[in-house]
Every structure is written in structure tokens, then in C-alpha cells.
Design a protein around this ligand. Sequence first.
Ligand code: PHB
Length: 396
Amino acid sequence: MSQTETVRTQVAIVGGGPAGLMLSHLLATCGIDSVVLESRSRQAIHETVRAGILEHGTVNLLVDSGVSDRVLREGDRHDGIELRFDGESHRIDFQELGGESVWLYPQTEVFADLAARREADGGDVRYGVSGVAVHDAASDPRVTFTDAEGRDVELRADFVVGADGSRSHCRGLIPEDRRRRYFKEYPFAWFGILAEAPRSADELIYANSPQGFALISQRTETMQRMYFQCDPGESAADWDDERIWATLRERVNGNGFELVEGPALEKVVLPFRSFVQAPLRHGKLFLAGDAAHTVPPTGAKGLNLALHDVRMLFEALDSFYTGGSEDLLDGYSERALGRVWKAQHFSSWMTSLLHAAPGESDFDRARRRGELDSVVSSAHGRAYLAESYTGWPDHG
Ligand code: PHB
């Protein structure tokens, strides 16, 4: 029989995506010990294609906390986006409207920077673990798992953080009578591709058309990221390049603007929903990031929100360990949820502004046209979009 090894740490972090790694990194900067458990391999996480927009606050967090300044060297600063409808583009100028920018820097690069930093600093990050089970999360947490070499381990910790993503196991540990779940389903999904082609535009184009939504984003000089609204039951295998480009052309091209086309790689249908579980705490267990909330990808808030949670949680844990105060731990859930609901609203609003619901009425379509007009023709409308997109200032 194999023997179970017992490991002691201050904070056990379930999930080694950007949220879990960032928390572990921030804690380490203050001498607080953590162990990160991740069921996937480092390679598998790195290869997952995700969204690419970082708020200025997220960039500052990466740079100021010493993760890496690669985002400043290799990322692209974007000072605006275009909203495109009725064949016309309308620029939302972030700098003019609020003095802030966002950075195009794919989530996989954020993960790579964090994983490299943790490794360089000797952080205890265990990829490829299985059978992770959290016990006594409310009072005296223990986490059992089997490591990548097949050894059984029991981790004893002061706190457990569930940063285990949208299929979170940890969120289910909060008893039903102590939590609420909020859901919104949408009658569409996104079809995403990587297009092997030069860029079609320097900034992101969010397009609305009678046939539905499309988003033109970028990756490198030779590889672009694009999405279009599709039926949630769609299968990526049913779409050849001609059908993909015909769909994108119809929704984006016009009045002299033409997408640069090329082979479509990495075709995926992305799920689309809004979800929140509250509160984010149960005894010694805290939830952060997608484990507690999911936003639809319109507006690219997911990663930004996850890293914001983690920063609040780090401040709370630091204040507990260095100052002996539980006040910030007690306030974590409410504080983090304030921003979560703003982002939920913004993502859901931007989604309804730009997508065509199947079977919608003429009234709905014409009303949405009026809404798009109100946003682009008013400095206040544009400023609302700019502030939400680039990220709200922190209050306290
Ligand atoms: C992306 O580049 O993958 C991206 C950008 C903006 C979004 C969503 C995804 O709103």
C-alpha cells in the first residue's frame, strides 16, 4: 500500500490557471506560502486558445507585481475599438474619452508569464494531479490528491482557494442553503477561428448586422482571431473555410472595407452564458475567477475579472497574516462581487447590443439600431462604453 505524504502550507490553491498562479505569486511576494494543484498539464493549459484583451489595471498588476513586463514589449496597446453597423464603422476612442487603453495580449501568454515566474521563484505548483478532494472546507481544510508521479498526498492548509475554473469542483462545496446561483442562457454561441492571414484592421471591430454579430481581433502579423455569432448547437466540423468566410464577409464587409482572408485554423464553438455563485466564501474556503462567475466573451472581461478577484483576495490574506485582521477576509465576497456584477451587466449589455436574437421581432431589431445610434452619437454613450471596456477604477 502506498503511503500518504502530508504537506503543510498556508494557502492551498485549487486550479493553476492565471487566477491560481497569480494568487500564489502575489502571496509569495509577501512571504506567504501556498501550493497550487492543477489537473491539466502545463502544456495543455498553454495550448488553450482564450480571449486576448487586458484592461490597463490587469497590465499594471502583471508589471508592478513583477510577473513580467513582456506584455509591454510584445503586447499591442489599443486606444480604441470600432463598432460597425449598417456598413459604417464608428470609433470609440478610449484615450479621448477616459485616458485609458487596453492591451491585446492573449491569455495563453499571461499564463506562460505566470508559470515561468512561479517556476523561477521556486513556487510549489503541481500540474497533472488527479482525484483532488477538499475536506472540511468550512473549518479545518485538507486537500487530498494523487500527484503526477502517482503519490498520494494530503495537503493541510489554513485556507483553500477554489480557482478551478468554470467547471469548478470547489464551488459545489458551499452548501446549497448557503449560496445562490444566478444564470442567464443565450440563444446563440460564438464560432471562433484563427485565420492565417495578415491583419484586416489595426483595432478590434465589433460588428452588428441583420445576420448577427462578428468580431475581428488580432494575434500576430500573420495570424488573426475572429468570431461570429452562431447557433449553440453548431458543430465546428460542419464549417469549411468557404462557409466561414462567406458568413464573416456578409457581416463585416462593405463600403470599401474588406476582410483579408486565409486558411481558418482552430475552429471552435464557444459556450455563451452568464453565471454567478454568491457568496464567494464559506468558512475557510474562498472562490475566485471563473469558479464563481462566468461572463459571455463580448467585452473580454473574464480574465480581467478573475485577476481582480485574486488581487482582492491577496490583500485580504496579506492583511490577515501580517496584520492579524480578518476584516478584509470578511469583506472579500462583497467587495469582489461589486465589480463582478458591473462586468456581468456590461458583458450582457454589449452582447444584446451587438447580437441578433433568433426570431427577434422587427421592433427588437429597430430598437437595437436606436440603441447603437444612442451609444455612438453621444459622448456620454461612448464614454460609458470606453470606461467599462478599459476597466473601472477601483474604489478602496
Ligand atoms: C480575442 O481576441 O480573443 C477577443 C477579443 C475581444 C473579445 C473577445 C475575444 O471581446
